[in-house]
Design a protein around this ligand. Structure first.
Ligand SMILES: C=C(O[C@@H]1C=C(C(=O)O)C=C[C@H]1O)C(=O)O
Length: 193
């Protein structure tokens, strides 16, 4: 079942597979179809959330940082306007990424509290991790612009997204927590016209 041992370890150190996937030195397998690259980026953001949780666990730094979220969403809105994509829909999608990240962080905190042997022993630097999140934000924005038309395609968008989501979950060995979070992250990708 959704064991407590699988995704945290693999998420912290994804297997190295040079040249296997699109974008930014990714080492993840590639999800299929038009939404595939976007789904891969959402997965990657969730895996970085494992590192965020690792940085915060056992420190006073809270999972929720509303000021950081607001700063991100303000920038995303400006960048959406610059890219010519719907600002409200783009902000909503990033709000979902943030919600999904916090689902992962809370799930890992619960897991590590219940099973201290699984808790991380390193404390990565949150500032550097946030720089990585900012890079992923830029990549996600570009994918949103590239998929603007297919994300409006009634019928095919939801079917393609479901295939890409399930495939990514399997190829990336996501556990139940991360698959649940991925569903949240992708819930507003497809838009009715
Ligand atoms: C990822 C973090 O944790 C939370 C989630 C955020 C996000 O997904 O962008 C931003 C701030 C926090 O509320 C973080 O603190 O950087």
């Amino acid at each position: 079942g959704s064991g407590v041992t699988t995704a945290a370890a693999s998420a912290a150190e994804p297997p190295s597979r040079p040249g296997s996937a699109a974008g930014s030195g990714s080492s993840l397998p590639t999800a299929p179809g038009p939404p595939g690259p976007l789904v891969d980026l959402a997965v990657r953001r969730l895996l970085v959330s494992d590192q965020v949780a690792t940085a915060k666990f056992g420190t006073p730094q809270p999972i929720d940082d509303p000021a950081r979220e607001q700063q991100e969403l303000t920038q995303v809105r400006q960048q959406a306007v610059a890219l010519g994509i719907d600002p409200d829909a783009t902000v909503a999608l990033f709000q979902d990424q943030i919600t999904a990240s916090k689902v992962v962080q809370r799930g890992l905190f619960t897991r590590w509290t219940a099973h201290p042997g699984l808790a991380p022993t390193t404390k990565p630097d949150l500032g550097r991790i946030r720089t990585r999140l900012d890079q992923l934000t830029a990549e996600i924005l570009n994918q949103l612009a590239d998929t603007e038309t297919v994300r409006r395609a009634d019928g095919t968008c939801r079917a393609d997204l479901a295939v890409a989501r399930v495939t990514a979950g399997a190829l990336d060995h996501l556990d139940g927590l991360h698959r649940h979070a991925l569903s949240i992250a992708l819930q507003s990708v497809c838009r009715s016209a």
